[in-house]
Design a protein around this ligand. Structure first.
Ligand SMILES: Cc1cc2nc3c(=O)[nH]c(=O)nc-3n(C[C@H](O)[C@H](O)[C@H](O)COP(=O)(O)OP(=O)(O)OC[C@H]3O[C@@H](n4cnc5c(N)ncnc54)[C@H](O)[C@@H]3O)c2cc1C
Length: 372
């Protein structure tokens, strides 16, 4: 039997599932998503992530922050309404300055950046102490009101269920064989996908690869400049409650949704020999955690560890666009450490592009690596 689809998306992480949602909304097309590891089987398996528009050591405003945050917020709210499970909260994010240089640079950034009204505010030492008692800081910190804490795998499980209701097919935990179409420019050939244990063959007009760092495993995408960066997190249980409702971002991030357990992360390992979490991760994270919240010493217990591999890029911007030679192959990868922030917003752009109603912005276009 042959089953035909307009789009076959490879990868059910933030990129693949967000894109399916946007495509379905923009044009009611047939979509199949395949993931041999299951929903959130890659970097999107991080138990908790932040939607943070003020990133990096000095809290720089991220690219297209306003529309990116508005999009993820609206996606989270929409998917949340389709399930009884709670997977996100508008917690806000406190970014205490850990030394004078950071405090100065953060304040300079704040003054020179045009932030949407009421999104961010500098807290003096006293204000910070009142709002976040015992949080280490030098000269105060940045309060990012428009920040969200998200249990990413739970969000994506709910998003996958939402998509299935909209007739998106999802095949998980099965390996498959992909047959590339001829790249003849005159002849449009479908992709063909087969599964070892099934008689059904899939035909797809367009292949969209959203396989995170594994995108490079496809021989026709092996030259993409995706850089693997391992990230580990530790999950702790608190003797009492986690002291703050807000997420904390300094020397890493520390965030809770249930008040009792919290996630502390993360490492940024450019050199690693295996993908699993290890003792290095625990030690690195706990050292940083106790620098920011020394009062938690002896009052928290490590209950779990997790690690994933981010797909970063040389300029730390995502890679979006058509394969230079295979015209019905499209790539959406390289989300680095901002997958939550960018996946929804870029998915909307890509969906409109497929409808000939927009362009891929130069900042993320795949062409920046294939030109010249
Ligand atoms: C520790 C850690 C903390 C993070 N914290 C944050 C945060 O706070 N905020 C934030 O915005 N971002 C955060 N990120 C980054 C974010 O998780 C990533 O940017 C995002 O998950 C990337 O999504 P993706 O869909 O591109 O890739 P992935 O999530 O890696 O998804 C790729 C999918 O493709 C599948 N796949 C693999 N091989 C194949 C194949 N051959 N065929 C089909 N499918 C395949 C995988 O199973 C996987 O499900 C964090 C990442 C890590 C590691």
């Amino acid at each position: 039997m042959i089953k035909n689809y307009a789009y076959c998306i490879l990868g059910a992480g933030l990129a693949g599932l967000s894109l399916a949602k946007s495509l379905k909304k923009v044009s009611n097309c047939s979509i199949l998503i395949i993931d041999p590891n299951g929903i959130a089987g890659g970097a999107s398996g991080s138990p908790i992530g932040l939607v943070n528009p003020a990133t990096g050591r000095y809290a720089n405003q991220t690219w297209n922050a306003e529309v990116a945050v508005e999009t993820v917020k609206s996606n989270l709210e929409e998917i949340s309404a389709s399930t009884t499970k709670k997977f996100f909260k508008k917690t806000g994010i406190i970014r205490p300055a850990m030394d004078q240089k950071i405090a100065r640079r953060m304040q300079e950034n704040l003054e020179s950046t045009d932030w949407p009204k009421n999104w961010v505010r500098w807290l003096s030492v006293n204000e910070l102490e009142n709002k976040f008692p015992k949080l280490e800081n030098t000269d105060g910190g940045l309060w990012v009101k428009e920040g969200f804490t998200v249990a990413i795998p739970n969000y994506l499980t709910a998003l996958a269920d939402f998509l299935k209701e909209k007739d998106v097919d999802i095949i998980e935990h099965k390996s498959f064989e992909l047959n590339k179409p001829d790249s003849s420019p005159d002849e449009f050939q479908n992709w063909s996908i087969s599964f070892s244990d099934e008689s059904t063959t899939i035909k797809a007009k367009n292949l969209i690869v959203t396989a995170g760092i594994k995108t490079k495993d496809f021989d026709f995408l092996k030259d993409l400049p995706l850089i693997p960066v391992k990230g580990q997190v530790s999950v702790y249980e608190c003797e009492d409650e986690f002291p703050y409702d807000a997420a904390v971002s300094a020397l890493g991030y520390f965030a809770t949704l249930d008040g009792k357990t919290f996630v502390a992360g993360s490492t940024y390992e450019h050199k690693f020999e295996y993908e699993e979490p290890d003792d290095f991760g625990v030690e690195y994270i706990s050292n940083r955690l106790l620098k920011v919240m020394p009062h938690l010493k002896g009052r928290i217990k490590l209950i779990d560890q997790w690690s994933g591999i981010r797909a970063s890029t040389p300029d730390r911007m995502p890679i979006v666009g058509h394969h230079p030679d295979i015209r019905n192959c499209f790539v959406f990868a390289g989300l680095g450490s901002k997958g939550l922030l960018y996946s929804g917003f870029l998915s909307n752009i890509i969906s409109l592009y497929f409808k000939n109603q927009g362009l891929i912005p130069d900042e993320v276009s795949i062409d920046r690596f294939s030109k010249g």
